[in-house]
Design a protein around this ligand. Structure first.
Ligand code: MG
Ligand code: MG
Length: 251
């Protein structure tokens, strides 16, 4: 069932999204070679808790940290640990602040120092496909229209689209209906309506799109070890289009 959020609920989701965006800004500022992913996670958790929220990911399905931190060929759900970040890495950070009963959820892939041209193009394509999807989101538009646009944009750039994981509705729960895939057919799927809140989150690979889950039960890697990027925004559908809830600019 897809819930329609009231104006009050959307304000609460915006607050959660704003703190989430701030936590990602803090991570972007802090990230540097020599730092462990666990240290980066601490920066994020500290930001979230010091702004009166709770890390929504911590304990979710048993996840042990405030953020999923996924380096290079890790697509999503990387567990922060002793890995030492180095120059040339691409580091995907996915996190969410939980406040007043509502979740935030947003992700960005950061470049650490100078990265390869391929990595640069992958990050740009993934981020631009997300912003293209956001620009399309409006009442009457179908989920399939958005999915097909994300797929085409990245495939035209020569990249792969991860099939097994997708975006979702957001609210009192971190994962609500509908599913928002990153590949599909235009003209198919749920029609967006004013008051829906969804996360759009392309997970894009530089090589083949096939992924596997490691023995820790969380870490998702590309099978061919190609690089992967992940950008995510939570948006609320409005009368005219949408607003980005995980926008770092003050409102
Ligand atoms: Mg996320
Ligand atoms: Mg999400």
């Amino acid at each position: 069932m897809i819930s329609i959020k009231s104006k009050t609920e959307i304000e609460k989701l915006r607050r959660a999204g704003f703190i989430t965006a701030g936590a990602l800004d803090a991570a972007e500022k802090a990230i540097k070679p020599g730092m462990t992913t666990k240290e980066l996670d601490r920066v994020i958790e500290k930001y979230i808790t010091s702004h009166g929220a709770k890390p929504g990911f911590k304990g979710y399905g048993g996840f042990p940290a405030a953020a999923c931190i996924s380096v290079n060929d890790v697509v999503i759900h990387g567990i922060p640990g002793n890995y030492v970040i180095k120059e040339g890495d691409i580091v995907s950070v996915d996190t969410g602040a939980y406040i007043d009963g509502y979740h935030g959820d947003s992700a960005r892939t950061f470049a650490v120092g100078n990265i390869s041209d391929e990595a640069e193009r992958l990050l740009r394509s993934t981020r631009e496909s997300l912003m293209l999807a956001v620009s399309m989101a409006a009442p009457g538009v179908r989920i399939g229209d958005i999915a097909a646009a994300i797929q085409k944009y990245n495939e035209d750039n020569g990249f792969g689209i991860v099939r097994e994981y997708c975006g979702h509705g957001l609210g009192r729960d971190m994962h609500e209906d509908p599913e928002v895939p990153n590949y599909g057919k235009a003209g198919h799927g749920v029609r967006l309506r004013e008051g829906m809140v969804i996360c759009i989150e392309p997970m894009i690979t530089a090589g083949d799109y096939k992924v596997k889950v490691l023995d820790d039960g969380w870490t998702v890697k590309t099978v061919d070890h190609s690089l992967a990027a992940h950008f995510e925004h939570a948006i609320a559908i409005t009368k005219e289009g949408c607003i980005i809830l995980s926008d770092p600019t003050p409102y």
